[in-house]
Design a protein around this ligand. Structure first.
Ligand SMILES: Nc1nc2c(ncn2[C@@H]2O[C@H](COP(=O)(O)OP(=O)(O)OP(=O)(O)O)[C@@H](O)[C@H]2O)c(=O)[nH]1
Ligand SMILES: [Mg+2]
Length: 478
């Protein structure tokens, strides 16, 4: 009996010791755990491109440096994009997010205290810090900014910009009608229209009557809508023929190429836009599904956002065979233009070696004109233009703008407007959170929403930025 009792004690001791050893082992393992995203970057670190190698060298010479290649520190930054922002007072949690805020993900409380927000607990929607003194951050009331008390002094220098042919009049009237109704009848921003030929009197008078701000009409100089002297026009024509045979979308079109080159390199240089800081690009026949009761231009400026989008997706690879190669050459020659904490991980799944095609769908853009006017972008455009891909391939302004924004801007300056319900044939952005649709008086069907579908790149945008996803997103992936 005595022997049995001491045996039992011995067994209990051994079990206890084993448990202690097990716990110790688990704790050690836990400290070396890395999220899959970091592991993915590590896998590719061995095959670093020339860009990455140059970056590495440069990084050793000067601090701080751009986000590729990912060093240990940069890998951490990629996990915590907002850490680059200056410390700000932490705002109260948004409606319905208080519970989420309590579970602050993987970040330590010290890190959270330094962030203006916790990405994991805030999607783009719960977003604004608009204290009038700029010291007391608060969530912007996205509804009910009273137009009666809204002063025009609050406006920023911004305008809608539409590139248009005279025959686009009716399409633009549709776009104007809905944008005025959902947004601009409260704020009265100007509308600027650009054309490579003179606008007809009918176009000008009809549009002027339809808008609530001032309507302006600009004639594009011939040198912004023609072949540069280094382009071999015969070669360009042969490419168009070939693309026509291969049924590549707009591959046959000469004017589409001038349009894409213009939107990439020249719209922001137009004299008529020189006094504006922000613009909202409008295409014909687009729709807005929801009320926008806050000043989106002012919101962009107050929150230091430079580029925004509503829909993103991969580009047709046939239209851009050498765009990425040319971009890499440019970066190799100009690594200084890469922003710290850039969004390379959204453009590339292998640390910058190849382009996954993800781009912001640029028929909608609310963005800073100064970004396109920056040295980085101007140089980048010149480099692309000299390479000839606008004519020898069919480079679109959407991938060109998107690559530039994702590489030359820190990620926190790029914004997804998940609350702007938007349609341009054939894709919809319809907020999938019923609360958002009700608050913003949306008239769209979330089953038509593109945001969370397999082909959308916006899912990846949430992933690489570690943002909280819209409520219900998982019901709209199919
Ligand atoms: N002035 C002018 N504007 C053009 C020309 N081609 C296109 N645009 C405008 O450029 C913008 C983009 O052209 P879209 O034809 O809408 O191109 P997209 O959005 O890629 O294609 P869609 O699916 O057809 O809408 C629109 O605002 C057009 O009105 C052109 O030759 N001259
Ligand atoms: Mg269009």
């Amino acid at each position: 009996m005595v022997i049995t009792r001491s045996n039992a004690r011995l067994i209990r001791f051994v079990v206890f010791a084993l448990v202690l050893i097990g716990c110790g082992y688990l704790l050690t393992k836990g400290s070396s755990y890395e999220p899959p995203q970091v592991q993915q970057f590590k896998q590719h670190a061995g095959g670093a491109s020339q860009i990455q190698q140059q970056q590495q060298q440069q990084q050793q010479q000067q601090q701080p440096q751009a986000a590729i290649p990912p060093t240990q520190q940069q890998q951490q930054q990629l996990q915590k994009p907002a850490a680059q922002q200056p410390p700000e007072q932490k705002p109260p949690p948004a409606q319905g997010e208080a519970a989420g805020a309590a579970n602050a993900g993987t970040q330590s409380s010290g890190e959270i205290a330094n962030l203006p927000y916790t990405p994991k607990n805030m999607g783009p929607l719960a977003k604004a810090f608009l204290g009038s003194d700029k010291k007391t951050p608060q969530y912007i009331p996205q509804k009910n900014i009273d137009p009666a008390t809204y002063s025009s002094n609050d406006k920023v220098k911004a305008a809608f910009v539409g590139l248009a042919r005279n025959q686009d009049l009716n399409g633009f009237l549709e776009s104007i009608k809905i944008i005025e109704q959902r947004f601009n009848n409260k704020f009265h921003y100007d509308w600027v229209f650009l054309n490579e030929v003179e606008f007809s009197e009918e176009f000008k008078t009809t549009i002027s009557k339809a808008v609530s701000g001032e309507a302006k009409f600009g004639l594009i100089p011939a040198e912004h809508w023609s072949y540069p002297e280094w382009i071999d026009q015969e070669k360009a024509a042969l490419v168009r023929e070939d693309m026509k045979d291969r049924k590549i979308i707009y591959g046959h079109s000469e004017s589409y190429r001038h349009m894409c080159r213009f939107e990439s390199g020249f719209f922001w240089r137009q004299d008529i836009l020189k006094d504006y800081e922000y613009y909202w690009r409008v295409d014909p026949d687009v729709k807005l599904f929801c009320d926008i009761d806050y000043d989106v231009f002012k919101w962009m400026k107050d929150n230091d956002k430079q580029y925004s989008f509503t829909i993103s997706l991969p580009e047709y690879k046939e239209t851009i065979p050498t765009l990425w190669k040319t971009t890499k050459e440019f970066i190799d020659k100009n690594p200084k233009y890469l922003a710290q904490n850039n969004m390379m991980d959204w453009l590339s799944d292998d640390g910058g070696q190849t382009y996954n095609g993800c781009h912001f769908w640029s028929n909608f853009e609310i963005a800073s004109l100064d970004f396109w006017r920056s040295e980085a972008y101007k140089q980048y455009f010149e480099y692309l233009d000299k390479a000839g891909g606008f004519f020898y391939e069919r480079w679109g302004d959407a991938p060109v703008h998107s690559i530039a924004a994702a590489l030359f801007l820190p990620r926190e300056k790029i914004h997804f407007f998940e609350d702007i319900g938007y349609f341009h044939v054939p894709f919809n952005n319809c907020p999938v959170d019923p609360q958002v649709r009700s608050d913003r008086n949306c008239d769209c069907n979330p089953n038509d929403d593109f945001t969370w579908r397999g082909y959308s790149c916006t899912t990846k945008y949430y992933k690489v930025n570690n943002y909280k996803r819209q409520k219900n997103w998982e019901k709209f992936t199919g």
